[in-house]
Design a protein around this ligand. Sequence first.
Ligand code: GLU
Length: 500
Amino acid sequence: MTQQMSRPVRVRFAPSPTGELHIGGLRTALINYLLAAKEGGVFLVRIEDTDRTRFVEGAMERQLYDLQWGGVAVAEGMLRNDSGAFVQTGDYGPYIQSKRLSIYQQHIQTLLDNGSAYHCFCTADRLSAMRAAQIARKEAPKYDRTCCALSAQDVAQKIAAGDPYVIRLKVPDGTTTFHDIVFGSVRVDNATIDDQILIKSDGFPTYHFAVVVDDYLMKISHVIRATEWLASTPKHVILYHALGWADAMPQFCHVAPILNKDKKKLSKREGGVSVKDFRDQGYPAAALVNFIILLGWNPKTTQEIFTMEELITQFDLAKLNRAGGIFDMDRLNWISRAHIKGMSIDTLYREGLPFLKKQEFFAHATADRTTEDYVKRVLTVEQDRLETYQQIGVYNQFFFTDDITVDKEMLRWKTNTDAQTCEALQRAYDVLSVLSEENWTRDGLEQILMEAAGERRGDFLWPLRTALTGEKKSPSPFDCAWVLGKDVTLQRLQRAQACF
Ligand code: GLU
């Protein structure tokens, strides 16, 4: 144990390219990354693509992009050069399991030679009959070791005859124990462990074999992954021993899943499950990262909003939760709002513009309403309330179109008369028409309009605000006037007056 503690931290995220990166996957990557960043270690990515039946073209590239988007910096394994090609890093690379078949072949030979693995020629039909019989006898299905009894000669003959085969682990008698950082001590009776297939009939290693060989060769100090793999870990521990690598065994750390409100696995119904879903909805990467890390890690302070730097400094594997984190959309929105609120306008503009450009109301806006300067004014006014980039402008479309509807009833404050409403609009016009361009600032407008409003604010500010927006709810009249500018503000006041 002490020897392990002093090992340099080398951790890995090992996605299988079977689809989009799930937010649970990003969280696993993040936990690995935070540990490496905090301890001055190395975070590497390895692509586990040995299950050819589940391989999805392009998924690897998309998952790597998602990691990068999430701010998880890969230090080794899957790095690209300037022209986008993956390059060798560390001792070798890129770390793509399907490109490392000869390495697994070499190590399976060690296991065959020392009697820890054997060839199995059983057909799929025989195996399913065996399994059905075991189930009928109320036994846990497990390979019955028929082929373990074959002599070396039998094996050689069958191979020479071209019989298809797999190679299985010969699980030794006894018990297997290991320590998990989150789940503590785990002890398993080996009699309950199946003789796991290590090499499939297509010559590819299974996950279980490749993961052990690669974690060893890549000098991984901590295996941090989803709890679904906790039950497989005893097989891996057996493999470390069988390969003579027990001294180099990494520490294991299994992280609880992200659950929905019914404590079930998060599904599409909750709105989104992949990193891409949330990116497309306009959540800032830092907000998603902040949200998902808190679903599995408890900082044990009252702080709720974290930057990546803060997460790195405060991260501690000992504070990972055992229970699954419950996904709560309201909390994500709250965290996201806090992140957007804390951004510079330049950042908000850069990140938000692509979303705004997709909005129909923006596409139809006149050129003077799509300039950087104008959009930044809208953002300044909206910033504190935005939960996503996708919301930019949506609730305040009057900033982008003159096609707004006002009528007497909307302009009227409470039970005021037409005359009182007209008077308020006229007074607003008079005050604003003499305000210089240079005083047309948020503060300048607030000051002059509050002075003009006097005691009876609603009487004065309500007609002004509705005249400018055509909405019952909107930012303050000062902010609306500031964004719209003097000309449009005066035009809209005149239009409102014409209702009477
Ligand atoms: N390829 C496995 C997965 O995608 C990784 C498991 C591990 O980290 O060992 O879940």
